[in-house]
Ligand binder design. Structure first.
Ligand code: ASP
Length: 338
């Protein structure tokens, strides 16, 4: 055994063996994330961009180290669930009773493994609970109290009731109740009430994953489920085609099965960008509500588009960080190589 370890160390030193394990794999990893589509007010733009940059950096570290796409999307989403500038986890919008009820889903493209949760309360990271559904149960979707019971059984902590509620969320609900909201155009009358989060990744082994997490829509009815927990609407990943995470008016996205509709267009040969743009434009034309999506093709080509006023997004590939939040905005920063 000791001989084997010594041989391994010598081979590593002279470069015959190289760690981490991506050397023989062909794909260049990429992580693409979004921080919600909607009528995001100017006052929220800087914080959202800062959160997106941090999140994509955290998730991309997994890919750089030869890790898998699933860990990368989960890590990126977990970061945004903790950041109150996004409508997921801490900082989620409130239902009509003033409570946080959250939805999340996660999917891997290698075997179409998937897990989701809906109407869960007092869980800091719904995306990790969705992953637990995928990995530890024979089911794909858990709701409400059952989801909390599952979390407890597997050691995922329940946080104190009300601890995910922020002042901004309370104020937004107050405004909604006072002035009346417009549930068909998120954020239109309640600017800033949006910010569902999502991530799609391709790892160096050629595997895709997608994840999406949300607090839903401000002033929603108690018990409302969103597109975000629905596979094929909020989230989809299939190594044969691509991966998608969506955001925007949930009922519209659900009726249009937005994620799988984008995948279908890639299946007939369209690029990730064309499929994302055309599908969103057709959806908005047909159903008169807005949304956004991030997409990766099976080769890791990104597609980013939104019919809403804004959608924050960012991606890391190699040493480049790309990001934007307005239409036709695409900033690029070259980062120092490792
Ligand atoms: N799609 C989410 C929902 O309807 C909201 C969003 O993406 O901002 O709950």
């Amino acid at each position: 055994m000791i001989n084997l370890i010594i041989m391994f160390l010598i081979m590593s030193t002279i470069g015959i063996l190289t760690l981490p394990f991506c050397v023989s794999d062909k794909m260049e990893p990429i992580l693409l994330i979004h921080g919600g589509a909607g009528d995001i007010p100017e006052s929220r733009v800087a914080n959202k961009i800062a959160g997106l940059k941090k999140s994509v950096d955290i998730g991309f570290k997994f890919l750089q180290n030869g890790g898998n796409a699933l860990d990368a999307v989960e890590a990126a989403v977990r970061y945004m669930e903790d950041d109150e500038n996004f409508n997921a986890g801490y900082g989620s919008v409130l239902n009509l009773d003033g409570e946080v009820e959250m939805d999340a889903s996660i999917m891997v493209g290698s075997n179409l493994g998937a897990g989701a949760v809906t109407v869960v309360k007092d869980i800091a990271h719904p995306i990790s609970l969705a992953r637990l559904v995928m990995e530890k149960t024979p089911h794909v979707l858990f709701a409400g109290a059952g989801a909390n019971k599952l979390a407890e059984e597997h050691g995922i902590p329940t946080v104190a009731p009300g601890s995910l509620v922020t002042k901004a969320a309370k104020d937004a609900l107050e405004r909604f109740k006072r002035k009346g909201g417009d549930l068909t155009e998120i954020g239109h009358k309640n600017p800033g009430d949006v910010g569902t989060v999502g991530a799609v990744a391709l790892d160096c082994h050629g595997n895709l994953a997608a994840a999406t997490s949300t607090g839903g829509i401000n002033g929603k009815m108690v018990g409302r489920s969103s597109d975000t927990c629905m596979l094929g609407s909020g989230t989809y990943a299939d190594n044969d085609f691509g991966a998608v995470s969506t955001t925007g008016h949930g009922e519209t996205i659900a009726k249009y099965c937005l994620a799988i509709s984008i995948i279908r267009e890639m299946g007939i040969g369209k690029s990730a960008q064309t499929a994302t743009k055309e599908t969103l434009e057709n959806m908005t034309k047909r159903l008169n509500n807005t949304a956004g999506a991030i997409t990766l093709s099976k080769n890791g080509d990104p597609g980013i588009y939104f019919t809403s006023r804004r959608m924050g997004w960012a991606y890391r590939k190699g040493n480049e960080l790309h990001y934007g939040i307005n239409h036709d905005e695409h900033e690029i920063e070259c980062l120092k190589s490792l």
